[in-house]
Design a protein around this ligand. Structure first.
Ligand SMILES: C[S@@+](CC[C@H](N)C(=O)[O-])C[C@H]1O[C@@H](n2cnc3c(N)ncnc32)[C@H](O)[C@@H]1O
Length: 291
């Protein structure tokens, strides 16, 4: 198996466990072991957008923002969600596009796909389709969607340039992208090389500048950061403590296998890591357009 496939498998195993567990954390969560399910959605700033949605979709929200907040998505349009998880953003998108529009989710984790389909059925949306696939090779036709959205997923990809190229491929001319994601700046190498911190959205994240350059290299225009949410020491510490269970530290082999296997099996010192990365990790919302 290639190194990239190993990373995807490891991430998928992590999210299979996360959706089955009682705590509600994923990327961008904060609050430690006592975090109730649904906390992540509050932290991501959904507000009234989640009113009336199935509780399971809200409880299993693992995002770090609300990509569709203040968006100009219109009835009848087609929205594609990369890494749709349990489906919270699919449901919000389905409300916006209405019965004449379509919403497609793509995820690689069976457990997540099943949840998203069940949540779409419970909410009564017949215009949501969830496809199994990887975001580096999207199961979607070229120039077929008006909007690409994603919430805290691209940081998890070991092949971000492939993802950016796929976004450019599937968007219709004039189509737009709204992505909430974790970015980092000046994080030390030992943090970036930790597979234990990879699935919790810290170690695989790139800088805002790298993100913007990657989107532009893919041929997208009007690339800009529209919102930022900076995590403080307590939030980063809570994120790490709630995200890195012992079994996650033991399952390794990430982008830097020589430094992960073995090294990550030592107990994680969340406070030390938080002290190192607080003010260097934030959630950003990126906008881009296909010319
Ligand atoms: C942090 S969760 C976010 C889920 C959802 N967007 C939300 O806001 O709740 C990451 C999701 O992306 C999926 N994922 C991660 N990397 C992926 C990849 N390379 N291809 C497809 N799905 C991926 C995982 O299976 C998981 O469901």
């Amino acid at each position: 198996m290639s190194n990239s496939n190993q990373v995807r498998q490891s991430v998928s195993e992590f999210y299979t466990q996360a959706v089955k567990s009682e705590s509600g954390c994923g990327c961008g969560c904060g609050g430690g072991d006592a975090v109730p399910k649904g906390f992540a959605a509050q932290f991501a700033g959904y507000g009234d957008d989640v009113a009336g949605l199935p509780a399971d979709a809200v409880a299993n929200s693992f995002g770090c923002g609300n990509p569709l907040a203040f968006s100009e998505v219109k009835p009848g349009e087609v929205v594609l969600d990369l890494g749709s998880g349990a489906g919270i953003d699919l449901l919000i998108a389905a409300r916006k596009v209405g019965p004449s529009g379509r919403v497609i989710g793509v995820d690689m984790t069976d457990e997540m796909i099943a949840r998203a389909r069940a949540n779409a059925a419970e909410a009564g949306f017949a215009n949501i389709e969830v496809r199994k696939g990887i975001i580096e090779d999207l199961p979607a036709e070229a120039a077929s969607v008006d909007w690409v959205i994603s919430n805290c997923v691209i940081n998890l990809s070991p092949e971000k340039d492939r993802v950016f190229a796929e976004i450019a491929r599937v968007l219709k001319p004039g189509g737009r992208m709204l992505v909430s994601d974790i970015v980092v700046q000046d994080v030390p190498a030992w943090v970036r090389e930790s597979m234990a911190l990879y699935a919790s959205c810290v170690a695989g994240a790139v800088s805002e500048a790298e993100y913007v350059e990657g989107l532009r290299r893919a041929g997208l225009v009007d690339v800009e950061v529209r919102e930022r949410y900076l995590y403080d020491f307590d939030q980063v510490r809570a994120l790490i403590e709630s995200e890195v269970p012992a079994e996650a530290t033991a399952s390794c082999c990430g982008p830097a296998p020589s430094s992960c296997c073995g090294g990550d099996t030592a107990p994680i010192d969340a406070a030390a890591i938080a002290a190192e990365v607080a003010q260097k990790v934030w959630s950003a919302k990126f906008h881009a357009r296909k010319p």
